[in-house]
Design a protein around this ligand. Structure first.
Ligand code: SIN
Length: 522
């Protein structure tokens, strides 16, 4: 056992993890930052559109709050969203102080428009390389600050220490050897789970491991059924799924079917700028109705120079497929993009496990409700990262909210004998086919049965080594499916064709916790 009592352990190196580590250091702590991959490999790196903040002359945090509440389909936690939107300008000032080179026009930060935002409030850097710019800037700052960083070091399990702290079991040798680190605080900033879906905008590291590890330790999770699908990801047989940022629609691009019709007109008053869940479902329906494998983003109305300056990475990518957006329509399809739920936290990032905090995509702060407003995700990592860092220095008491409906979920040990790559691929197919954009009770039950069978092979026997990445992937997938089965209505990103309407009695959060005795010692 390594005693790291005074050093918080931060897990994950996207915007939330890097920012928490930096702020902890500035507040006088000595955090250790670990990542299962390389320091810069996180979902943040791939974020194109930008980061939302009400800094424009015609904007205000209360307007940003209103848009966030409206997009979230009745489930946004108002206090969390108020913190998010009112603290946004100060967190942007932090990024500027760290040196993030936001794009400017005549000396002022340039602001773009995205769906369901009533004002232009999206800051961007390098045109459409916002995530990359932020990730690289924060990474440099972390290294300059001398923060201890361990790459290829994965969190495997969390246990209570018996002395009021936490024991983190970490593996640094591809799961062959384990170390136990004792600390007073572990911060989960492990990101989302988009890669558990066959079609996804996420990098391969986004497998929802943080949620599985927290669940196994006895943490409460909420809103796991709310997976956001992004409507416009490049489609071509055999090509990688490359995000075509929503900001392209914000600049005036429209969606057309193969026949050239703007199918969103008449479906929603904001047409292509309707909330993301509505656009994603409309695209999915159009693909099904026409039998054509994609729809098209028509950006030919945007002046060529302007498009190339604003979206240089998108243009470079399209050029490799011989496409010029000023002339050609861009073939697109919806894919899994973002996990709105996760490990339940209060406004200070505290989870239901003492000494364990969460922020960024892995956390369920309630800030997104049933459907996240575009470009609120990078912001969430900063705002709640700051709150966690302060909490680690000056703890104030609090407790996580109680969900309106609680599912106790049993996930037994297994044989530990599975063809792991095959099992992972099966998870991706199951989620895509039966826990995707349109769900049914029948499909969700099938998914759960199949995931249960996989779990019996991927879970290690009790008393064995901590579960590995594939066992965690199967479990997180099952938690999504089980939560989706529980919610017998349609709301935000969760759409069930057998319950196609929103139902007032479901204006509550679904929590899920492991069955059996409560987590002792935490
Ligand atoms: C995008 O650029 O379209 C994605 C931004 C987001 O998911 O918030």
């Amino acid at each position: 056992m390594r005693d790291r009592e005074g050093r918080p352990l931060v897990v994950g190196t996207g915007i939330a993890g890097l920012y928490v580590a930096l702020r902890c250091r500035e507040l006088g702590l000595h955090p250790t930052l670990i990542t299962k991959a390389r320091l810069e490999e996180a979902n943040t790196r791939y974020a194109q559109g930008g980061i939302a903040a009400a800094i424009g002359a015609d904007d205000s945090p209360s307007r940003h709050l209103r848009d966030t509440l409206r997009a979230g389909a009745g489930l946004v936690d108002r206090a969390a969203a108020k913190a998010l939107t009112s603290e946004a300008p100060a967190r942007i000032a932090d990024l500027v102080r760290y040196g993030v080179p936001f794009d400017t026009i005549e000396g002022q930060i340039a602001l773009g428009r995205e769906a369901a935002h009533s004002r232009a409030r999206i800051l961007h850097a390098g045109g459409d390389a916002t995530g990359l710019s932020i990730e690289e800037t924060l990474k440099r700052r972390v290294l300059d600050a001398g923060i201890e960083v361990r790459e290829r070091t994965a969190l495997r399990a969390l246990e209570p220490s018996g002395r009021g702290g936490v024991v983190a079991i970490v593996s640094s040798d591809r799961g062959r050897s384990f170390e136990k680190w004792e600390t007073y605080a572990v911060v989960l900033a492990t990101g989302g789970a988009g890669s558990l879906y066959r079609q996804s905008s996420n990098p391969s590291v986004a497998t929802g491991e943080g949620t599985a590890i927290a669940f196994r330790a006895g943490a409460l999770l909420t809103d796991m059924e709310f997976i956001q699908f992004h409507p416009t990801v490049f489609w071509r047989e055999g090509a990688p799924r490359y995000l075509i940022t929503e900001a392209v629609r914000g600049e005036g691009a429209v969606l057309r079917n193969e026949a050239g019709e703007r199918f969103l007109v008449g479906q929603h008053r904001d047409a292509e700028l309707a909330p993301r869940d509505i656009v994603a479902r409309a695209v999915e329906r159009e693909i099904e109705r026409t039998g054509h494998p994609c729809v098209y983003l028509d950006a030919t109305g945007i002046p060529r120079d302007r498009f190339f300056a604003r979206f240089p990475s998108v243009c470079r990518f399209l050029a490799t497929y011989g496409l010029d957006p000023s002339r050609d329509w861009i073939p697109v399809t919806p894919v899994a993009h973002y996990m709105m739920g996760g490990v339940t936290t209060d406004l200070e990032g505290r989870t239901s496990l003492r000494g364990v905090y969460a922020c960024g995509e892995v956390a369920a702060t309630g800030v997104h409700g049933a459907n996240r407003l575009a470009s609120n995700s990078l912001l969430e990592g900063l705002v709640f990262g700051e709150r966690v860092a302060r909490q680690l220095v000056h703890p104030v008491p609090g407790r996580v909210p109680t969900p309106g409906r609680l599912v106790r979920f049993r996930w037994p040990p297994g044989s530990g004998r599975a063809d792991l790559p095959k099992a992972f691929e099966r998870v991706q197919d199951i989620l895509w086919e039966d826990v995707g954009i349109v769900r049914t009770g029948k499909g969700l039950r099938t998914a759960l049965r199949e995931l249960g069978e996989l779990g019996r092979k991927t879970e290690p026997p009790s008393g064995g080594a901590p579960p590995g990445p594939v066992a965690n992937a199967v479990l997180t997938a099952a938690l999504i499916a089980r939560s989706a089965l529980t919610r017998t209505e349609s709301r935000g990103a969760h759409y069930r064709s057998d319950f196609p309407h929103r139902r007032p009695e479901w204006r509550l959060h679904v929590g899920i916790v492991r069955a059996g005795p409560p987590a002792r010692g935490f």
